[in-house]
Design a protein around this ligand. Sequence first.
Ligand SMILES: Nc1nc2c(c(=O)[nH]1)N[C@H]1C(S)=C(S)[C@@H](COP(=O)(O)O)O[C@H]1N2
Ligand SMILES: [Mo]
Length: 333
Amino acid sequence: MLIKSRNNGFIHPVASEITPQGIYTQRRELIRLMATGAAGAALATWAMRDAQAQTVTARPGKLTALTAAKSMVSGATTVEKITEYKDAAGYNNFYEFGTDKSDPARNAHTLQTSPWTVAVEGLVKKPANYTLEDLLKLSPQEERIYRLRCVEGWSMVIPWVGYSLSELIKKVEPLSSAKYVEFVTLADRKTMPYVSTHVLNWPYVEGLRMDEAMHPLTLLTFGMYGEILPKQNGAPLRLVVPWKYGFKSGKSLVKIRFTDKEPMTAWHQAAPQEYGFYSNVNPNVDHPRWSQARERRIGEDGLFSQKRKTLMFNGYEAQVGQLYAGMDLKKYY
Ligand SMILES: Nc1nc2c(c(=O)[nH]1)N[C@H]1C(S)=C(S)[C@@H](COP(=O)(O)O)O[C@H]1N2
Ligand SMILES: [Mo]
């Protein structure tokens, strides 16, 4: 091999490693407004930016600021480069808008993200319909740089904006009988062209075990790169579960349901032998049709680029390994 991979280390953001307060308050208008409680102003800003965030044009100023901030956060040596905005917003899986990677960026402009409500129901003491505004105000927004690793063998490193899903879960007080959380995403034939096809059984549904949903790494996500989510990335809110394959991170959430049974998820239903309920990133368990040992970083596909090794639990083993102690991860794939 001519090229030796310089560094496969990855700084994963445990709570203490997210961008320090001082840096993001300077840099992130919306986060600053949220953090100081000026929620009304922040929401207006978000609404105004809705159209703008849809574009896939890189904004060099912002990206430069972000890179500088990142090295301050994580030190010089083990940081992976943040994926360029245009790649993160231009190479997507969002099957409601098409099956090609470029389809969502082209088609998702029809998605109506306002008004938006999320129904929280099932085995909870306080079921409620939350408006997006309620959810934005529920807890301070944080920026977390998480890798997203798709089951197809590519990955990106994205600065997400949101707060731990556990903040919402604590508010609604799940019953002790609640063992799983089901996430239902929007399925609207009028605005989502592929919902009229049989590519998947709509709506797109995902699920987590209760302890996975409560894990602080599980992010209820409203933005990325310091701005509201582009529609193709799951506006106005999505999940990001960094130690699982990308498809566990449902986009454009409309319902969160607490249940005592393992939810039937859209991909498991479509191909049960290929996509299990757990879907933890695991280089030792192959997809039936390809290896999961390596991954291609989007934006680094040059002539000499080498595929990176995929890490157990996408690099978050220290944080989440305990959740699966004693489980046969070949059986519970
Ligand atoms: N509603 C919905 N959510 C979804 C998907 C989808 O098709 N529909 N695709 C998933 C898959 S397979 C991946 S890899 C990630 C991609 O997120 P990104 O486009 O923001 O990178 O979204 C996930 N969430
Ligand atoms: Mo994916």
